[in-house]
Structure formats: structure tokens, C-alpha cells
Design a protein around this ligand. Sequence first.
Ligand SMILES: *Cc1c(COP(=O)(O)O)cnc(C)c1O
Length: 387
Amino acid sequence: MKNFELKSALELLKQQGLYRSRKIIDSPQGVNIKLDGREVINFCSNDYLGLANHPHVIQAFKKGVDQYGVGSGSAHLICGHSTAHHVLETQLAEFTNRDRALLFSTGYMANMGVITALVGKKDAVFEDKLNHASLMDAGLLSGAKFQRYLHQNVDQLQTKLARSTAAKKMIITDGVFSMDGDVAPLDQLVTTSKKYMAALMVDDAHGFGVLGKTGAGVIEQFNLTTTDVPILMGTFGKAFGTAGAFVAGSEDLIETLIQKARTYIYTTAMPAAITKATSASLTIIINEPERREKLLVLIKQFQQGAKALGLTLMPSETPIQPILMGDTKKALAISQKLLEQGFLVTAIRPPTVPKNKARLRVTLSANHSEKDVDGLLMALRKATLIK
Ligand SMILES: *Cc1c(COP(=O)(O)O)cnc(C)c1O
């Protein structure tokens, strides 16, 4: 390993304030978590609806284990696809108003599987510059001509599409951008995709469960159909509070993925108990719109408070409310000062975000109280006053 110079490369990361390390949590996920033996209020989880530790979800998971054991034993196409998996797929198809849905073990794998199954060397993919890393990796791995357009810039996308001579074209976007919290201009992307005969894929990891009247996500918020957005991907690790992901679309899309998506075929099916827990989350999401309403109230409260403090928020109406810091070390220092006051808000640094765009990524949960948000605002005031 001598030639790899690992130590000096690690040292360099430290000097640049880019070294990453893990915090060890010793409690269930939620608003109040235990970190290094100490209770803190958590403002950086993606558990937007507070379902990761919900009693119904836990109970469904336990019952699932009693019924199916722990491991699924094999891939879906061998003997790992249980009734519980199948039922969840049917429920997701109905919830998203699509022909069918297909489960994947993680969102990362869903994106890898779909994109590499649908496009190859003669084709082209067009991705928003701020798309999630898994979409970027999938686009690159597919072998298709890989083109990125400036964030939300539909004009530039159109120019690139107009010039493209690719056999198949695919436009790929996050529904809600994970580090910025803003929503993709889906109405314009739909029009553009139709004009240039490109397939549109939306990754709704952060919108699914949170946006739309019934919680069906960004597609519902924009009132779009399968014809508008043929490929929809969503995950369960965020608002659903469990783990895994799905792709929903036409009968032919799902059958194609079953035949061709390598991250579907060559991996062990997720434990059936996870699908039981996810079905329980879905029931809560459908029956308790008040969780989404509560989130909206907290978002407004946070935005107003942060503006009053003179903090720079980003143009987001979702539970992702980043505070722009710019400098990496400043973001780290303020995150540290918040932690000293009992609030966990992580600093997001390059390469996750562009250079000079380091930020504190505040995320809100329906389980936060207005008092929690007030507490965070007070802590932010203290942390940003002392330079
Ligand atoms: C979290 C996330 C993923 C990955 O999902 P996992 O299930 O955590 O692998 C994919 N896309 C986006 C936009 C995400 O935020």
C-alpha cells in the first residue's frame, strides 16, 4: 500500500476542513436522540414525518419478523420475493396511481438499476447539476453520453437536447433537491421532454410521503400522470422511516426492469419485515395528513425566525431548510456551537455541495414542537453572534 499515500491524503482533507467522521447515536431515530451519552435535539434527520420510531411501524416490523423470519434468503427472481413484498408493490402502484411498482433494496440501487437498464452507448442522459450522487453515478455507469445542465435551467437543457443526435434521450432530475430543498420545475420538464421525445425520470426521495395532497409526492403536487413522467423513483428511508426504495411506472417499464436491472437481479431481496413496516408507514401517511400540515407550520415558523436573525436561507418550501454559510470552516464552527447548546445540525461541505456553498442543512420533522424550533433559533442566534 506504500504507493497509495493514504495518510498524507487524509491529512490534506483534515487541513481543508473536509474530513468526515461519524457520530455514534445510541437511541432510536427521532427528534430527541442520544449522542455521546448526551440528549440532543435532532435537526438533521430525513425522518420528516416522525415514522422511524412510530409504534405501529415497529409493531408491523416485529410481526413481519415473526411471520417471515429475518433474512429473505435470496434474490427476488430466485426465491426471495414474498407475499409481503408483493403486497407492498401493489399498494405503491395504487398510491402513486401507476400500473405497477418494483421494490429495490436501496434508493442508490434503484437509480443504478433503472438508468443502466434503460440507456446505453448510443443514448444520452441529461441531468440537473445538483442531482443526487446516485443519479450521477448511474448516468456515468450506463455508458450513455452524459450531459449536465445548470441547476433548474430548462433553457440550457433544451439547447443540449436540440443538439443531441442520440438514439434515446433521458432527462433525469431530483424532485426535491436533497441539499437545497427546492423543487424541480417539473411542469416545464414535462413539456420539454415531450417536445424532444425524451423520457423523464424523477427521483422523489425527499418528496414522497411529504408533498402532494395525499403524500404521494412531487408528482401529485404538480398533478402529473405516467405519460408526463414515465419513470418515478421513491425511497422509504426518509419520510417513510424504514429502508429501501421503489420504481413505479407502466407494465412494460416494470417488466423491463425485472429482466434487465442488475441491481434488482443480482442482490438479496430486502427482508420481508421491512416491507411490512413500510406498508404500515404508508397507512399512516394516507390516514394522517395532519403530519404534513404540521410540517408546513414548522417550516413557516423556522423561515420567519431565521430571516429575523438575518440568516441566508435557500429558496425552499420543503422540510429541507439549509442556511448558507459559504465557508466550510465557518459552517463547521457554527455546527459545533449548536451542538454545545444541545442541537444537532450537520454542516454540509464540498464535494457534497459546490465549493464556497457550505451550509447547515436544517431538516424539520412533524415530531418537532414549536418550542424545539424556537430553541434552535435561539441557539442559532448565539452561535452566529460570536464570530
Ligand atoms: C437518499 C437519496 C437517495 C438514496 O436512497 P437510499 O435509499 O438512501 O439509498 C437517492 N436519491 C436521492 C435524491 C436521495 O436523497
